[in-house]
Design a protein around this ligand. Sequence first.
Ligand SMILES: *Cc1c(COP(=O)(O)O)cnc(C)c1O
Length: 380
Amino acid sequence: MQGNIKVKRNILLNPGPATTTDTVKMAQVVPDICPREKEFASMMKAMREDLVRIVHGDLNRYTSVLFCGSGTINIDICLNSLLPEGKKVLIVNNGAYSSRAAEICAYYGLPFIDLKFPVDELPDLDKIEEILKENPDIALVHTTHHETGTGILNPVREIGALAHRYGAVFTVDTTSTYAMRPIDIERDNIDFCMASAQKGLMAMTGLSFIVGNTELIQRSADYPKRSYYCNLYLQYHFFETTGEMHFTPPVQTIYAARQALDEYFAEGEETKWQRHLDVFEAIHAGLDQLGFQDIIRRELQAGLVVSVKYPDDPNWDFEKVHDYCYERGFTIYPGKVSAQNTFRLCALGAITAKDIEEFFAVLEEALRAHDIQIPVRYDK
Ligand SMILES: *Cc1c(COP(=O)(O)O)cnc(C)c1O
């Protein structure tokens, strides 16, 4: 069945989906099955436990709940499901993904405080504490572990300690760190974290999951129901009573995720994290050699994403450089950080430092082919 199909290997340096192994790709090719079969439910049960194991959660106190959707569905679900009546959300916001959480609160009409910090700096813990002290009705604090748009790593353990000191639940968007940068859910003071299968797990798009405190989910059973499809307790309860997803699961994506989990545990947490760091170092080495500048101070970077300023060279044209690299199997990704145009190089996925060296050889050719000065030029 898995035969000798040859799939071209692309190196994705965009912030997810990530490059996958051929074994994960091929794991999707399975005999047709109705997901209501016991065989499928038992696979999901083991998967839910493995997803808790990745963040070292005690299975007696932590659980995971699967959803069909991209990573944003997790943020939506946590915010709309975990806020009691009459309470408020605090968003600790220094980037685009926390702004997305603030937008979700606005869409649901949830009372919230959008506490903004500069996108290239860490949130100020004293300021967070001051807001918590002034607003005893804050019941949920939310932030992003690693702002994927800039590459900055936020101090979740410290923010979580503050949230808990003031009696709030702490939800963290760990979509771009989970299964890459080691997380210990309890020690990091996280009540709920989340991810989707196509990032750290190096699997396919369409499956997302929330890992969190079981008692807090149970407690949310009688919180206001603000969504039907995206309610955490409803989905949890359905899993616990039937072993199934409430609605049709992404069947083939789940088979791929099963394979990806096996590969995750075979590679090992530390080895995998070291591989991502090696890729990250190789990205920095290549950028330094060509004279590119980053947006975020290096000591604040999570080790997974580098956000690079566009050079001021009049011949610089991101689309042309992108197309040159893309035709040769390497994908880079544009973005804007505040008013600054940037592109990103990410250390996600099933890639190694050697792939990055090959990428930089191609990038250098692309610069030469378009008469862009090396080292690249910045006017200030
Ligand atoms: C990728 C990502 C998401 C999910 O984005 P989708 O477009 O819904 O897949 C959420 N948060 C962070 C921090 C991310 O990196």
